[in-house]
Design a binder for this molecule. Sequence first.
Ligand code: ATP
Length: 612
Amino acid sequence: MGSSGSNDLEFKYVAETFAALERITSRTQLAVLLAKLFKRTPPAVMDKVVYLIQGRLLPDWKGAPELGVGEKLLIKAIAQAYKVSESRVERMFKSLGDLGLVAEKLADEARSKAARSPGLLAFMAGGGGGGLTVSRVYNDLLRVAYAQGEGSRDIKLKLVAGLLVDATPLEAKYIVRFIEGRLRLGVGDATVLDALALAFGGGAHSRPIIERAYNLRADLGYIARLVAERGVDYLRDIKPEVGIPLRPMLAERGKDPGEILRKVGGRAIAEYKYDGERAQIHKKGDRIIIYSRRLEDITRMYPDVVEMARAGIKAEEAIVEGEIVAIDPETGELRPFQVLMHRKRKHDIYKVMKEVPVAVYLFDAIYVDGEDLTRKPLPERRKALESIIVESEYWRLAKAIETSSPEELWKFFLQAIEEGAEGIMIKAVHRESYYTAGVRGWLWVKLKRDYKSEMTDTVDLVVVGAFYGKGKRGGKLSSLLMAAYDPDRDMFVTVCKVATGFTDEELDKMNEMLKKYIIPRRHPRVESRLEPDVWVEPALVAEILGAELTLSPMHTCCLGAVRPGVGISIRFPRFIRWRDDKRPEDATTTHELLEMYRRQLRRVEEAVPAEA
Ligand code: ATP
């Protein structure tokens, strides 16, 4: 049997944890189970274990290639590994509906056959299950992903079949599901952080330290390994590192300049809120990397921004933040977000660069030449930014004022709208106005343009279930159960059912998209009083606009927060568009919805005479 030295872990422990995770229904149990696995895991392979649990090989921003193993190839690999015909695998797939189960069954058959037949003992000794380690599984899968170009299909086939030959039935099931991208364990970043605190920090009290480290260096596998190797205390003084993205600082939303000013401490820096794509720009010597809001490496999409950054940052090493906005080449005026998206869809980057030129408006400095600025107040960061940025036509500091006057804020806001911005960002300037990576708080408040409808802003909600349509839409999933994110409990709570706003074409696309995420029962991180026709893993985020917010006994969002037993819901919700750039945890939160509801109430009260 293959041995696992002290620097490796037998893969069977991972597979057993996966099986246990699938069976449980409560979120706290998820973390406890994971913590158990983490404690058993040698630090050297902690990163690999965390990536495997999350169904990935590397963080997104490292841009690892896809595994590139389609269903056909996977069927071939299973057939080869267990010496059965492909048509048999296909038949079993049809009846079981899950290639993971097929592999498990066939691995089991192969084992009993081997046990009965002494001639095959050699096969058992060489593998037949039991010999896999985490490193072997992870490294082989990485090799599968990196096999590209001519002959890569055969290499992928050989590697996958090789893993399956050596896997136990349970291991085979999860290796196959991993390859298919169907692990569905319901383990989000927050659950892993909980588990790390339990395993290495002596409990929940150490979670903020681990979480902060993760916010500053957004690579969960790497952070997990660091805490396992060096302990929690080592993470206390961790700084951002050029090349590793930080999770972005986010804003709350406000309505009234006076109220917002009070919230941020009386005085503020206000900046235009440009309507484009957020860019976290890392510079090390001549090397520039641009990360998006969801921390994808978007450098290749913006060769023009790379040039501007190279010339426009006077520091050896720096991390700065700004917004990339499409502009009208004739007038230099700002253009809407949709125009920039047009640029992103095109493949010939150099051509589209001329058609849709962009400007960058910089608003923060996070790290400059060895100095961590995240713990400096905003005015100091802004000064640091001004001192290293060399402005040029399309490379500028975000337009800003500093003020403590609500009237001045209003004027600045109207001017921003007039000039094509989305509104303004109002930012605290007090002693503790730090850069709080990964946190949505009241240090930054956005004031956006108010539309005529009662519901002044769209919300971004997560699909957690779906219902079949009737009549023309019969047989198709045509309405969605949507949820908001409750960050305190790391749960998704339902807000509404959306059935309008889809064209027939969008509906077909949506049915295709949903297939991958349908699960047999309610996801453990979803709280719902409604029972949809199918449950959906929280993964897809959509922008929704409604007529108004109402109280509802059917939904679990902000349950009991306004009145006992009822939650907050959206009346007449309408689908606007998918927000592929948001993860489920980036959806509108319960706090935001409650705040929106209260604001709406105030508006209604203001309109109604006191004696009514
Ligand atoms: P929305 O859905 O309103 O775009 P969001 O959820 O993506 O918001 P928010 O925290 O609500 O993020 O708003 C901040 C976003 O506004 C940033 O992510 C950034 O892309 C953009 N932005 C534009 N101008 C500024 C600015 N001056 N300062 C900070 N962020 C800005």
